[in-house]
Design a protein around this ligand. Structure first.
Ligand code: ATP
Ligand code: MG
Ligand code: MG
Ligand code: MG
Length: 468
């Protein structure tokens, strides 16, 4: 069976042969980029090359990039456990042209790699193009993709943007049809969210730059940015429909089953999937220097950790377990990412101390949640005050409460939660100014308001990203 490590090499070797510089993955925390929480795609480290701010001694590059999508424009946190194709941490394989080749070469490269190197039958492929992009549609037609499998899409799905600002452009996405046994419809159809037609590769025609005021300019040069999810192509080449059935994810799921003594394919299946996924994102984030905290990136990390810990708790584990899964991860991924091995003890210690602390309030918080729900009419949302109490007293980030409720098809009254939060801030402000330090505290609150109060920063990462 072809391994993810083999697939990564095949991809990088193919593009190296086509004159691309093999560039290492950048760390998950973007350098000098306050607009982005975590690196969410391969192009991030090359952002300034597309805009022409920076030049290097190569105009073609290829990478396997570590990505985290747990906030901001591309947030897949709520997809994990529910879809076959989303992770919070994944590896994105990419090839890049900086003012070198464009559509006419990029599409044939992708097609050749998929059908020749990976031997994927062409008749399983569907492609989308931006609705006005006749040129891309023509290139696909010439390659031999029948017209009824070239789908024009008018939404932002086919206009790629890294975040609220930065280089962007129309794109063409390549989908694989996993066959009628899996539910779902082709892109653009009402069933497109299913897992039958899975997007494996996105080829972006970088030609614009988006600014904060909403305006957009045409870039001086036309470039290429592509992204193929290693786990998705891996599933396909291993004959699986589901990313979580690949050898790598499966071994983590089995490790989770071992430490929780809960059947990997039993009723707790979804919990194991979330644990396996969150283990990867938390470990890689810690290895790249993020530590759990109450604001910014550290709070996103803490939220992911606590979500995982609740899922472990749901499987009946009385003691902390996350740290016991780290060796399995290092065994699987330590060779490709040596920073993981180097940080192993730090990751284990951090997970253990976070889980030990959170365990003290998790039980009681979940009990409070159950009691609250029991007192509510069927299907009524959880009142904001209760969600706020869980947040404030029991350390439940809002999204953790929402995640817990989703399993019961319930929701939180988010407006009520926001109001309770605002009320607490107002109370804190009043109490402070009553303490005789009014002048200083006014300054402090001004700063915290402007920079984003720490407790507000984390739970809504859209807000947080604007403030980092
Ligand atoms: P989807 O529509 O399936 O959510 P996307 O369009 O958001 O994917 P892109 O931003 O185009 O994804 O990223 C490029 C490639 O990275 C995708 O074609 C896919 O193969 C892979 N990818 C994207 N998000 C994830 C994820 N959360 N987990 C694993 N792979 C992903
Ligand atoms: Mg997506
Ligand atoms: Mg997509
Ligand atoms: Mg895409």
């Amino acid at each position: 069976m072809v391994s993810l490590n083999d697939i990564r090499s095949t991809f990088l070797n193919y593009f190296e042969k086509q004159g691309h510089e093999v560039v290492p993955s950048s760390p998950l925390v973007p350098r000098n980029d306050p607009t982005l929480m975590f690196v969410n795609s391969g192009m991030v480290q090359f952002k300034n090359l597309f805009t022409g701010v920076e030049t290097r001694d190569y105009s073609r590059a290829t990478t396997s990039q570590k990505c985290v999508r747990a906030g901001g424009k591309h947030n897949d946190l709520d997809n994990v456990g529910y879809t076959a194709r989303h992770h919070t941490f994944f590896e994105m394989l990419g090839n890049f042209s900086f003012g070198d080749y464009f559509k006419a070469e990029a599409i044939p490269f992708a097609y050749e790699l998929i059908t020749r190197e990976f031997q994927i039958p062409s008749d399983r492929l569907y492609v989308t193009v931006y609705h006005t992009d006749d040129e891309a549609a023509q290139i696909w037609k010439k390659i031999g993709i029948p017209e009824d499998r070239i789908i024009r899409i008018a939404t932002s799905d086919n206009f790629w943007q890294m975040g609220p600002t930065g280089p962007c452009g129309p794109c063409t996405e390549i989908f694989y049809d996993h066959g009628p046994d899996v539910w779902g419809g082709p892109p653009g159809s009402p069933e497109e969210d299913g897992d039958r037609f899975i997007e494996i590769w996105n080829v972006v025609f970088m030609q614009n730059e988006q600014f904060e005021d909403g305006s957009m300019r045409a870039l001086d040069m036309q470039s290429i940015d592509t992204g193929m999810g290693l786990e998705r192509i891996g599933a396909l080449l291993q004959g699986k429909h589901d990313n979580y059935d690949t050898d790598l994810m499966r071994s983590l799921i089995e490790a989770s089953a071992d430490v929780t003594s809960a059947d990997p394919d039993g009723p707790g299946k979804m919990h194991h999937r979330v644990i396996a996924d969150h283990l990867r994102s938390t470990s890689f984030l810690i290895a790249d220097g993020v530590m759990p905290s109450n604001d910014g990136r550290g709070y996103v990390l803490r939220r992911i950790m606590r979500r995982a810990m609740r899922h472990a708790h749901m499987l009946g584990s009385a003691d902390p377990v996350m740290h016991r899964l780290v060796p399995a991860l290092v065994r699987q991924m330590g060779a490709a990412y040596p920073e993981l091995g180097r940080a192993q003890s730090l990751i284990e210690e951090t997970l253990l101390s976070e889980e030990t602390r959170f365990k003290q309030t998790l039980d009681r918080g979940l009990k409070l949640l159950d009691d609250e729900l029991a007192g509510l009419p069927e299907n009524a949302p959880l009142p904001g005050a209760a969600a706020f109490k869980l947040y404030d007293t029991y350390g439940f980030p809002l999204d953790l409460t929402q995640d817990a409720l989703r399993e019961k098809q319930r929701e939180v009254d988010v407006d009520g939660f926001d109001a309770a939060m605002a009320e607490q801030k107002a109370r804190a402000r009043a109490a402070w100014s009553g303490s005789g330090e009014a002048a200083d505290s006014a300054i402090w609150f001004d700063i915290s308001e402007r920079e984003g109060a720490t407790d507000f920063l984390g739970y809504d990462t859209e807000k947080a990203e604007g403030q980092l």
